[in-house]
Design a protein around this ligand. Structure first.
Ligand code: PXG
Length: 283
């Protein structure tokens, strides 16, 4: 495996950055997780745009143009012979002295890892996923915007631990108002009376690119779509529920907090949107 670090490819064992990098010391940096389908980097421009927006929000200047970044991702994917897989793109603040001051750092590091991907087990797509709501609430958006895909994922990791302890592969997080926000690495949707419904960005969630693609597909397919605040009651009483994410694509959810959703099986709208999404990625 060849890893890209700031303009050069390194063998995996030689791919190293400084222990003084603020990405490590403070989680000070941004990242993207991107899929490669049939040798093509999926939603490439959109991921690069989100990366640069995250960087701008934390006042991190990425030391290369967007088009050079796209080229670096493509060449790292090619160098690793990846036709279907996963790209982790990371930009760190760079090495500095101890202390939070970004003026005492230099040389942000750009890291690109192209690898195969671990997916949710096949049974989850066939039978659906069970979810629990966890007590770790999503970061208050006034404290740290969930729109920034930062290297600081402790909020989500603490929620994921609670989900894992409860025997679930994903966990539902609420926001500071007690509304449904998102899962630890996936956005959430429900279907009720043929309306496809997902919480709005203002609920304090990551603006998932899979979420946006599925919203467009749902509109194209003629479903009514709404981005409105959602409570757990809405999920308990929905006909269908599903998650979206780069790794998950579209994954059915059949229970939340021990309550079956709809008839407890993956629903027709979920299956339709999964099929449409797979067609989009594999065309
Ligand atoms: N919410 C959160 C908190 C996420 O981290 C999503 C929603 C879905 O967004 P996308 O743009 O992927 O549809 C994410 C994405 C990883 C990994 O390796 C995490 C994500 C994506 C890819 C890889 O942990 N999270």
């Amino acid at each position: 495996m060849k890893i890209y670090i700031s303009g050069k490819l390194f063998d995996k064992d030689d791919a190293k950055i400084s222990v003084f990098d603020h990405g490590l010391l403070y989680g000070d940096g941004v990242f993207e997780g991107i899929r490669v389908y049939g040798g093509r980097v999926f939603l490439h421009q959109e991921h690069i745009d989100r990366l640069y927006e995250s960087a701008r929000a934390i006042r991190l200047e990425i030391p290369m143009t967007k088009s050079a970044m796209i080229e670096a991702v493509n060449s790292t994917v090619a160098a690793n012979g990846i036709t279907d897989g996963y790209v982790r793109l990371v930009v760190t603040r760079g090495a500095g002295s101890l202390g939070l001051d970004i003026r005492r750092t230099a040389n942000p590091q750009v890291i690109i890892i192209a690898d195969t991907i671990t997916l949710y087990p096949k049974e989850i797509y066939e039978e659906g996923m069970k979810l629990v709501t966890v007590s770790t609430m999503r970061n208050h958006p006034a404290a740290l915007s969930a729109r920034i895909k930062s290297l600081n994922y402790l909020n989500n990791i603490l929620a994921k631990i609670e989900g894992t302890d409860a025997g679930c592969v994903e966990a539902l997080m609420l926001n500071h108002k007690g509304e449904v926000a998102e899962c630890t690495g996936d956005n959430i949707f429900l279907v009720k009376r043929r309306v496809v419904w997902t919480p709005p960005i203002e609920a304090g969630i990551l603006e998932g690119l899979t979420r946006n693609a599925v919203l467009s597909l749902a509109r194209e397919a003629g479903y009514t779509v709404q981005e409105l605040p959602m409570t757990r009651h809405d999920i308990y009483t929905a006909a269908e529920c599903f998650l979206t994410g780069t790794a998950a694509e579209v994954v059915p959810v059949v229970s939340l907090d021990g309550r079956s959703i709809g008839d407890g099986k993956p629903g027709p709208v979920t299956n339709d949107l999964l099929a449409r999404f797979q067609k989009l990625t594999r065309q």
